[in-house]
Design a protein around this ligand. Structure first.
Ligand code: DP6
Length: 362
């Protein structure tokens, strides 16, 4: 009995303009458009292999070596859509094997700790949908496929593209125009870097899906955000990416992270993702930018306390140097030549009234 296989990887993406809120829960349609940067394949990614055969008796999934259920509503929705597209392919060419009727075996592995509070569902659903689309030899574009990944997890639709990606919220009730599109490939702005500061590897308090539901139902500030803030920011952020305007990109990114966490706090009961250490990272980046006399680093936080810091390669020594000095063990630190740390040496230490390593005020 033949077994047919396909493999693919999908990296994590980190939103710089946050998706927060659903207008339709089952189709996973958002209340606002969002933008993200997909990290490179060498960093954080999910590797997924899929196999199908007429001899398989049930759909099966192994996640990081452990058997997992494939019965969640979201996974079922993704498999159903992929099988429907494959059915159409088979109808056009009747000589093809009937994959649409066969069961799937799926093996998925993250190269980062799933519990680290990083967007593992984005890379996971993106890799799952991409691997099956490849196995089924679907002719659809990545944007079309992104509508299926979206049903798995909203943010997953953006990980189908590398580089700078927009998820256009769309306006159709059936979600047919709610899809990911490329803003620019990674090579467009190769000097852009991201450092992830794992402040806490604990599981998040409030899962994104239920947190969003609370926010949509209770926050007045959220109404202001989706109507008056995000639409303009969406246009501006795309422009700053296309123009490679780091200072403006950084400002919009930090403001949007703050706006998102503000609507979380304005929810009832309030949702709090940032902890004291996160707040110290925020203060540190603002102090660093003030000391540099220009915006050289930006922070952003998802539904947890861990920070992602964006900076340009030319400022790596300064940014990572400072984070290392205060935080210790930041990934990528080995690349930094300590002799280059001129700004760090001149850094006004009296502004740092806390010790980030220990997360306590000095
Ligand atoms: C704060 O994509 O995890 O990371 O669609 O319910 O699976 P579901 O939510 P999810 O939410 C991500 C929220 C966010 C912001 C973002 O990635 O845009």
């Amino acid at each position: 009995m033949s077994v047919y296989t396909a493999s693919t990887t999908a990296p994590v993406n980190i939103a710089t303009l946050k998706y927060w809120g659903k207008r339709d829960k089952s189709l996973n349609l958002p209340t606002n458009s969002s933008i993200s940067v997909t990290l490179s394949q060498d960093d954080l990614r999910t590797l997924t292999s899929v196999a199908t055969s007429s001899s398989f008796t049930e759909d099966q999934l192994w996640l990081n070596g452990t058997p997992e259920s494939l019965t969640s509503e979201r996974t079922v929705a993704c498999l159903k859509d992929l099988r429907a597209l494959r059915t159409a392919v088979e109808a056009r060419d009747t000589s093809l094997p009937k994959f649409s009727e066969w069961k799937l075996h799926i093996v998925s592995e993250n190269n980062f700790p799933t519990a680290a509070g990083l967007a593992s569902s984005a890379a996971g659903f993106s890799a799952l949908v991409k691997a099956i689309a490849k196995l089924y030899e679907l002719p659809e574009s990545m944007s079309e496929i992104s509508k299926i990944a979206r049903k798995g997890s909203g943010s997953a639709c953006r990980s189908l593209f590398g580089g700078y990606v927009a998820w256009e919220m769309g306006s159709e009730v059936d979600g047919s125009d709610s899809k990911a599109v490329e803003v620019a490939p990674l090579e467009h702005w190769p000097s852009m870097k991201a450092a992830i500061l794992v402040v806490s590897a604990d599981k998040k308090d409030t899962p994104s899906t239920s947190g969003m539901q609370t926010t949509v139902a209770t926050s007045d500030l959220f109404q202001h955000r989706i109507k008056n803030v995000v639409p303009t920011r969406f246009i501006e952020m795309k422009e700053t990416i296309l123009n490679k305007d780091f200072a403006k990109f950084a400002e919009l990114t930090m403001k949007d992270s703050n706006s998102f966490h503000a609507v979380c706090l304005d929810s009832y009961p309030p949702i709090k993702y940032l902890n004291d250490t996160s707040m110290k990272v925020i203060k540190l980046i603002h102090t660093l930018n003030a000391a540099a006399g220009e915006t050289i680093a930006a922070y952003t936080f998802d539904a947890g306390p861990n920070a992602v810091i964006y900076y340009l390669e030319e400022n790596e020594a300064v940014v990572l140097g400072l984070l290392h000095e205060l935080f210790g063990g930041v990934a990528g630190w080995e690349k930094v030549d300590k002799e280059q740390l001129t700004l760090l040496k001149a850094f006004p230490k009296e502004h740092l009234d806390y010790d980030i390593t220990k997360g306590v005020a000095k």
